[in-house]
Design a protein around this ligand. Structure first.
Ligand SMILES: CC(C)(COP(=O)(O)OP(=O)(O)OC[C@H]1O[C@@H](n2cnc3c(N)ncnc32)[C@H](O)[C@@H]1OP(=O)(O)O)[C@@H](O)C(=O)NCCC(=O)NCCS
Length: 329
């Protein structure tokens, strides 16, 4: 039995096509100034239909990098978890396609549906499975090709999102490194503030549902904003309490990269200085479940967080779902 799961390696991949705010001004009635001042986003990377890149391609690229960083072979993985709401197809899971692409022949594979919170929800599951000895090496990925669900005529949403995958390889820890706490929560009463209601059993695919754009993202931005700040603050506090940490014990806050103003409001509430906060929303936009793991990977790459230091991950997303985790690298 391990004390907890620890991060053995991280990796990331982004969509092959860059989309700047300037590019968006040619698609919808918007300006660089509006997008930057309301969201902090300047750029994102997307997978266009003509790029021929699907979610599991991004997963496989991020996974190979994470495995290399961990010094493990794909055959040593026992489980692949992919947090996503924009997988390759309805079934089977994107995790199984990823498994085939990387040759993880000894692993089980499944997806987690918790919108933007999918990666942190997955971290809680992976930690429990590794702690209990049920699994040893888990590949955990957050991945989205959200642009498959973007309404390119809705300027309130199409400027926000990007496509990416972030991966971590987790294994057992018997020292003080690893997952110190996890906290997960949801409130299904608020589902229709941020959702894509079409193409399932609720609103079946039909000419009418296509005309209504039921298959695309519908969001009440103002309401989502208010709940996001409240829920991320709640999750952050809970994860610190469960780990017995004070804000000063946290070396790097890695918040969900939806909007710079949500990040700043969360930091302000806990007195985390922005120097101790990872921000890359300006370059990637909101990549949903991929947001936290790509920020974590970039933080590791940049030396913003090093071995033995504590990262606090905090996220909010559709459902609503929210979650946080404290992790000593
Ligand atoms: C989306 C968001 C940036 C919009 O900002 P806002 O200040 O709430 O803006 P509103 O939606 O109230 O719209 C205000 C005005 O800006 C306009 N507007 C919306 N998008 C615009 C754009 N891209 N460019 C220019 N104007 C835009 C609206 O049409 C509206 O104009 P009106 O007053 O003439 O009707 C903000 O609500 C937000 O960040 N919400 C959280 C979204 C989020 O993070 N979702 C994911 C969570 S995981």
């Amino acid at each position: 039995m391990a004390l907890r799961a620890k991060v053995l390696g991280t990796g990331r991949a982004v969509g092959p096509t860059q989309l700047t705010n300037e590019d968006l001004t040619r698609i919808v009635d918007t300006t660089d100034e509006w997008i930057v001042s309301r969201t902090g986003i300047r750029n994102r990377f997307i997978a266009r239909p003509e790029d021929g890149v699907c979610t599991s391609d991004l997963c496989a690229e991020a996974a190979r990098k994470a495995l290399a960083a961990a010094g493990l072979e794909a055959s040593q993985l026992d489980l692949i978890l992919v947090g996503t709401v924009t997988g390759d197809c309805k079934f089977p899971s994107t995790a199984t396609f990823t498994q085939a692409k990387i040759g993880a022949s000894n692993a089980a594979a499944m997806d987690i549906s918790a919108a933007c919170s999918g990666f942190v929800y997955g971290l809680e599951l992976a930690n429990a499975l590794i702690q209990s000895g049920v699994k040893r090496h888990v590949l955990l990925i957050g991945a989205e090709v959200l642009t498959t669900m973007v309404d390119w005529e809705d300027r309130g949403t199409c400027v926000l999102f990007g496509d990416a995958a972030g991966a971590v390889v987790l294994g057992p820890s018997d020292d003080d490194t690893g997952v110190l706490s996890t906290y997960t929560k949801s409130d299904g009463n608020l589902a229709d503030l941020l959702w894509a209601p079409g193409c399932g059993s609720l609103r079946r695919l039909s000419p009418q549902s296509l005309e209504n754009k039921d298959h695309l993202i519908h969001m009440k931005g103002r309401h989502v904003y208010v709940h996001a700040v409240r829920c991320m603050a709640d999750a952050t506090q809970q994860a610190m309490d469960l780990a017995g940490l004070q804000p000063a014990d946290v070396d790097l806050l890695v918040p969900h990269q939806a909007n710079i103003r949500i990040i700043e409001a969360t930091c302000e509430r806990f007195g985390f200085p922005m120097e101790k906060t990872m921000v890359n929303v300006d370059r990637y936009g909101n990549t949903s479940a991929a947001s936290i793991p790509i920020a974590l990977d970039e933080a590791v790459e940049l030396g913003r967080i090093t071995k033995g230091q504590v990262a606090l991950l905090t996220v909010f997303g559709g459902g609503f779902t929210w979650a946080a985790a404290a992790v000593r690298l």
